[in-house]
Design a protein around this ligand. Sequence first.
Ligand SMILES: CC(C)(COP(=O)(O)OP(=O)(O)OC[C@H]1O[C@@H](n2cnc3c(N)ncnc32)[C@H](O)[C@@H]1OP(=O)(O)O)[C@@H](O)C(=O)NCCC(=O)NCCS
Length: 361
Amino acid sequence: MRPLAAIAPVNPFAAIASRLLDAGVDIERFDGLTEPERVRACFRLVRACFPVDQPNQPEWSLASFSAKWVQGFDGSPHESWIVADASGEAVGCYLLTLPARENVELAHAVLRVPPDRRRAGIGTALLRHCADRARLADRTRLVADAWDSSAGAAFAAAAGATAGIPNVHRTLQIDDDVRGRLPGLRAGAAARAAGYSVLSWAGRTPEDQLEQLAAVHTAMADAPRNAGVEPWVWDADRIRRLEKLTAEHGVVNYTVAAQHDAAGQLAAVTQLVTDPGAPGWGIQQITAVLPAHRGRRLGLLVKVAMLELLASAAPDVTRIVTENAGSNEYMIAINAELGFGVSGVTRSWQLDLTGAAGRQS
Ligand SMILES: CC(C)(COP(=O)(O)OP(=O)(O)OC[C@H]1O[C@@H](n2cnc3c(N)ncnc32)[C@H](O)[C@@H]1OP(=O)(O)O)[C@@H](O)C(=O)NCCC(=O)NCCS
């Protein structure tokens, strides 16, 4: 634990930090496994941000929020920190993830200050603290996501971070028009996809499909991404762990795949999850087609089949949210054909930790 009193007023953030310092608050690390009340405090705080920062976007349940903040989705080392005011009310928190498998020079931050406590220097104090923690772990860049034109984007720019490529979020309202177009879309895609069969499952992936599913996940490496960021390396264990953790926290995974009949191999996949904290929402995960199988409308085929699967397996899902790099023209064309409309843009912001930006002293 580092008291804010340790912040020396020698950098551009000094005036802001001193406001918080005057308030006499400490940033404290907590262990979510033994301190569930602090997890709940962070959860309440993060939920308070939603209507302001990302209205009309799916929220988390406490269970899936805890899976991320307490266990960490991908098994990477992570730290949770919280700051409360003199009355004990939580006024900021951050989750720092230190990727261990790829991107080992990066640290990823989720940093939140509730709307009614902003512009008082709390975010700056948390950021400086978080940057120091990342440096201690030998990280050279700190990455965080923010919506365009949001307080987060202004804050990141003011801190000296650099914006990455746009990630365009789109939402599909599943109405009668969409449902009515599905048979035609499916027939058009199927006509180009002779020799492939569609498989689907709800819940965890059967053991005998895990290796092949991991192989298709590797096709995500071709999707546009920020400079200096490595794609995830997928294997059966990673998928198994992720699916187990999320299932234990109430998240339901839906998968649709296209299998190449002659080879007996998966060629394309799309996955979506539902979360009890986001009733009515489907949250798109990956859609990928292996390079050798592209150009056969398999991406559209599996996404149409996903909508058909949801109609029977999760009929309460009426909205789907997805995000793609702005330059991912093929995926965007498929989403446009289905009827997705743009709902906003996020970017990753990178703070160079080797320079003076965000230093405590
Ligand atoms: C981003 C966030 C953490 C900032 O917290 P905060 O406590 O308000 O931040 P600070 O008071 O330390 O602000 C520092 C500077 O950032 C800039 N800034 C912050 N919010 C801003 C806004 N809404 N508009 C313009 N500039 C802003 C200003 O330069 C500000 O200094 P100033 O108040 O002296 O002008 C908070 O708005 C938040 O939780 N947003 C949602 C989550 C998010 O986007 N996090 C990702 C951050 S990369």
